[in-house]
Design a protein around this ligand. Structure first.
Ligand SMILES: *Cc1c(COP(=O)(O)O)cnc(C)c1O
Length: 377
């Protein structure tokens, strides 16, 4: 394969060896016809519990709903505050505003790119002076690009100020903390996404929520189907329609079999990049030795314009995640404190670039990517 064909995410190469199994899995759903909440949905929830070690898994329609439902289950409402990193994908902040609550944007760590515990504590203390303690509800940590956040430090802060901790693991499913605890068990509630490009992706939209708490499990299952009580015509709370389709569950059962192997391959490629990258770049740092699911391999560039020119010259695909931090977004800016207020998030938005790290990248493609980057110097 020539470098003209390098892809940022390669779903075709992933599919071809398992195409037959996927076709069979879909055919079985068409045969039994239980398109909504069919047996594959329960089977997938059980397997995701077994895989992560979480007590409960509730599949939902997508990762954004997973976040919103997690906040609804914690009774987040207008007047409440939720702490969230500014350097993340839109959905992490949006779910707070959809519920009429207020996001408090927190800066990220310049090395891990994840929520900075010290800045989190500063923001909590500052807000505690103006607001009643019970209005400060939750923290959403994001495992950016696949790297689990520093949950030990974050949980300590959450406990100290009586806040609930949600892990937005849309990019890190399959990862683990430094002591081997799987993503899905690192916070009170973990949410994830099965959007096709995520480490565990389906062929459409999908998501899941994981928790060890039986009460939250029950509440989340109710919210997923219109706030159902004893049955769906008994509505005990306001909920949503947010179920995972049976066909997507059937596809995910097949894709789950590949996940560990793919994450190992992504880690091998990432190690090679980190070893062979020249000066002028700084990769996301993993000081806590977590298992990174490597949804993306992301670098801080000294000169991003020049790096982009060199990659484009060699037809190497790249992406900029994320070009604008949440506190500077037109839709959310009124909840922040403007340019200069969260300097690390702002600097990363100006300097980061993500390069291909998918599991089907050949050695020669990796070499081509490294060469294109080294011509930047
Ligand atoms: C993808 C993503 C989401 C949203 O997931 P969807 O399934 O696309 O709704 C939320 N948070 C983060 C960090 C993501 O990367």
């Amino acid at each position: 394969m020539t470098k003209e064909h390098i892809k940022l995410i390669d779903l075709d190469s992933q599919l071809s060896p398992i195409r037959h199994d996927i076709d069979e899995a879909i055919r079985k759903v068409l045969d039994h016809g239980q398109y909504i909440m069919g047996p594959e949905v329960r089977q997938l929830e059980q397997q995701l519990c077994d895989y992560t070690g979480a007590q409960h898994c509730i599949t939902v329609a997508n990762g954004s709903d997973a976040l919103q439902i997690a906040l609804m289950a914690l009774d987040v409402k207008p007047g409440d505050f939720v702490f969230v990193p500014s350097f993340t994908f839109t959905a992490t902040a949006e779910c707070i505003l959809v519920l009429g609550a207020t996001p408090v944007f927190v800066d990220v760590d310049e090395n891990s790119f994840n929520l900075c515990p010290a800045d989190l504590e500063r923001k909590i203390l500052a807000l505690s002076k103006e607001q009643e303690a019970e209005r400060l509800k939750a923290i959403i940590a994001v495992d950016l690009f696949g790297l689990p956040a520093d949950y030990t430090s974050l949980q300590t802060i959450a406990d100290q100020y009586s806040l609930r901790l949600i892990a937005d693991a849309a990019q890190s499913f399959g990862g683990a903390s430094g002591n081997g605890q799987k993503v899905g068990t690192l916070a009170d509630i973990t949410t994830t996404s099965f959007f096709p490009a995520k480490p565990l992706g389906c062929f459409g939209d999908g998501g899941a929520i994981l928790t060890d708490c039986p009460l939250l499990n029950e509440t989340i299952r109710s919210i997923r189907v219109h706030g159902k009580g004893q049955n769906k015509y008994d509505n005990v709370r306001v909920g949503l329609n947010s179920r995972l389709d049976t066909i997507q569950a059937a596809i995910l059962l097949e894709k789950l079999k590949l996940l560990d192997q793919e994450i190992q391959r992504r880690n091998r490629i990432a190690s090679r990049y980190s070893r062979e990258l020249g000066s002028g770049f700084k990769a996301q740092a993993n000081a806590l030795s977590a298992l990174n699911a490597f949804a993306q391999y992301t670098l801080v560039c000294e000169n991003r314009e020049e790096t982009i020119r060199n990659l484009e010259k060699q037809n190497i695909p790249y992406a900029i995640y994320y070009p604008k931090p949440m506190h500077l977004q037109p839709a959310y800016g009124q909840y922040g404190h403007g340019a200069g207020s969260l300097p690390v998030s702002e600097e990363l938005s100006r300097k980061v670039i993500s390069i291909p790290v998918h599991a089907y990248l050949s050695d020669s493609e990796q070499t081509a990517i490294l060469e294109a980057l080294s011509s930047s110097r």
